[in-house]
Design a protein around this ligand. Sequence first.
Ligand code: MGD
Ligand code: MGD
Ligand code: SF4
Ligand code: MO
Length: 685
Amino acid sequence: MSNPSKKVINTICPYCGVGCGIGLQVSDGTVTGVEPLPQHPVSQGMLCVKGWSSAFALDPYDRIKTPLIKENGHFRPASWSEAYQLIVDSFQAIKQEHGPNALGLIACARATNEDCYAAQKFARTVLGTHNIDHCARICHSPSVAGLRQTLGSGAMTNSIDDIEKADLLVIFGCDPTENHSVLGGRMIQAQQAGTKLLVVDPRKTRLAKLADLHLQLNLGTNIALINGLINIIFSNGWEDKTFIEERCENIDALRKKVAGYPPKRVAEITGVPVDQLHAAAKMYSQSERTFLAYGMGITQYTSGTNNVIAISNLTLVTGQIGREGTGINPLRGQNNVQGACDMGALPNVFPGYQEALDATSQEKFGTAWKCEIPQQKGLTSLGMTSEALNGRFQGMIIMGEDPVVTDPDQNHVLRALEALDMLVVVELVMTETAKVADVILPAAAFAEKDGTFTNCERRVQRVRAAIPPPGDAKTDWQILGELAKLLGYDGMQWPNAEAVFDELAQLTPLYQGMSYDKLELDNGLQWPCNDATPDGTKLLHSGQFSRGKGRLIPVDHTDPAEMPDSDYPLYLTTTRLHYHYGCGSMTRKSPLLERETPSGVLFIHPDDARKLSIQAGTLLRISSRRGEVETRAVVTDDLPPGTVAMPYHFKEAPSNLLTNTAQDPVTKMPELKACAVKIEVVTEQ
Ligand SMILES: Nc1nc2c(c(=O)[nH]1)N[C@H]1C(S)=C(S)[C@@H](COP(=O)(O)OP(=O)(O)OC[C@H]3O[C@@H](n4cnc5c(=O)[nH]c(N)nc54)[C@H](O)[C@@H]3O)O[C@H]1N2
Ligand SMILES: Nc1nc2c(c(=O)[nH]1)N[C@H]1C(S)=C(S)[C@@H](COP(=O)(O)OP(=O)(O)OC[C@H]3O[C@@H](n4cnc5c(=O)[nH]c(N)nc54)[C@H](O)[C@@H]3O)O[C@H]1N2
Ligand code: SF4
Ligand SMILES: [Mo]
């Protein structure tokens, strides 16, 4: 007999920015399994192993189920009203003594648009500050800043379906089979059907091994490489002259700059042989349609914004943008990081990238929200931590991020969080960051709430409550709304998620034509969706760029802030593993995913391993100028000699004890992809 309480609720995978459709199988109020959705436009019935395992992330055994207050170093359960009162008293005292800029909020790119909209509204109206940020800071903030200058918009220009429409796929500093796996799968299928594949990566990733051409450049040499490619393109007349004439500005300055990057010099900086540079320049410029995807190998450098600008220069001079199948595609990482940026959970912009310090935007939001808009520039996430250490920042809400594991220089982060008078963490489970909080508030997870996520192709999709939250847990926007009321602001009392969405859509021109009813049809809508484009937009910049003409901006190669030397002779880069996600708080609950990877590893080339007498499984101590970590070796020639790599998912062996906080001057992106380390073998008893 069929169980009447059994049902399948269609929603969106809570992990990466691909935004695959999942069906949650629900029985008696618990999620018992996951199924793929064959009709879903992105995932087309496929899921990666993380998507298949997403039910484990909901397992109530270690969920935080009540508010917790720290007393004498230990957490004790508390009622919502007691926890709220403590926060209210503390925040009011901080505001009175130090002003609103001593307070701030970190939003969550894993939570919904409704949650992120509420977070930035809370910061700007209730706290009275633009101190609002989230993990895009250490992810794609250089894409948002760089592409905004060159094109006018920092999002993927194409749709995922364009992978199959391209003649050439260029995978530049990203590892899609591991990190955007369903996209990676579609890329492999496209290659099997005849599409050419060019990979630019210091490591031999799975796609690099399959590629027609792999440029294995030295860490941190993207700009030299790209300037070299443009130099070769100009020398051979392979640029798209009509496109440059009609749609670009500033070509002369770029020509002058790349003249300083002749192939021989570029080969010396990048380690890529001249003939490969030549082949890549020809392949890229002469293909009919090139889908270029890039990721953290571009952004996570002190040159992050300039790296993005360089990529943009390359696409513009070859006219590889603005048509189906060709464009520039930053593969946004988190399930809703595109949305968190769209919602203005950033210090410098309101929802829809409307400037936070612009008088017209301030007037618009001040009127809509019935409040005074703060005038002072906001702090970034890393800005808040350094101001905490300087004694100028005292109170903070971290809504679903684990900076102790995921921000650079763990010791520095811990010192900063411990210096705060009041740290509130809104979380699903007890993370390393939650452990140092004064108050923890229990949050509902993706399957326990209604809302929307925006995936990497700008597709806004409905997320649906399948089960109730465990214990007293509540949705982030509800928690912030209740706190707002207690802090004297009435503008955040929404009856349901749909009401939050209706408000945000009205104030965000990119979302203005969307409603829950419209999102039901055809699996969501891609922004911009407004009166001019009521069915959404598959392709950006087709007739003209969002800013009008595409701007070419000459940029120069700069070395990473820290290079190997005699004290720290190896380069460390940090990467991701297919089976684990971010700080691991959700994937590590799955026995299947845990089985696949030991907790923490260091990848090292056989030549380096031999010199140091390291074998597979040898226990190592890795040290940088900031800290040291012990973990075990994996010997592999997927890396070049002289470079080692560690994933950052494991709190037992946190690679972020080692990483450098040196930052991109424009976006404050830290240099997570390169620092100097030394390695010693640990003698085991
Ligand atoms: N399984 C899994 N999937 C994830 C995540 C996860 O934690 N686990 N996280 C999600 C998130 S938040 C994000 S942002 C995305 C990130 O996805 P990706 O952008 O793919 O991220 P990474 O693996 O960190 O780095 C990508 C590549 O950059 C290369 N690289 C390093 N330095 C350079 C360089 O100087 N030049 C070039 N060209 N390449 C370089 C590295 O070798 C690596 O292969 O993944 C998302 N998906
Ligand atoms: N060394 C090194 N460090 C890195 C990177 C790297 O490549 N190398 N990559 C960086 C990048 S690209 C990113 S994006 C960051 C990611 O850094 P984080 O954002 O800190 O990582 P996540 O694991 O995604 O953490 C999200 C937390 O949110 C919680 N959560 C999930 N859903 C919800 C919700 O709905 N509400 C609330 N309140 N909480 C929720 C989860 O339990 C989890 O603990 O890491 C960065 N750190
Ligand atoms: S590719 Fe990303 S969205 Fe799709 S199932 Fe895997 S983790 Fe989830
Ligand atoms: Mo990310």
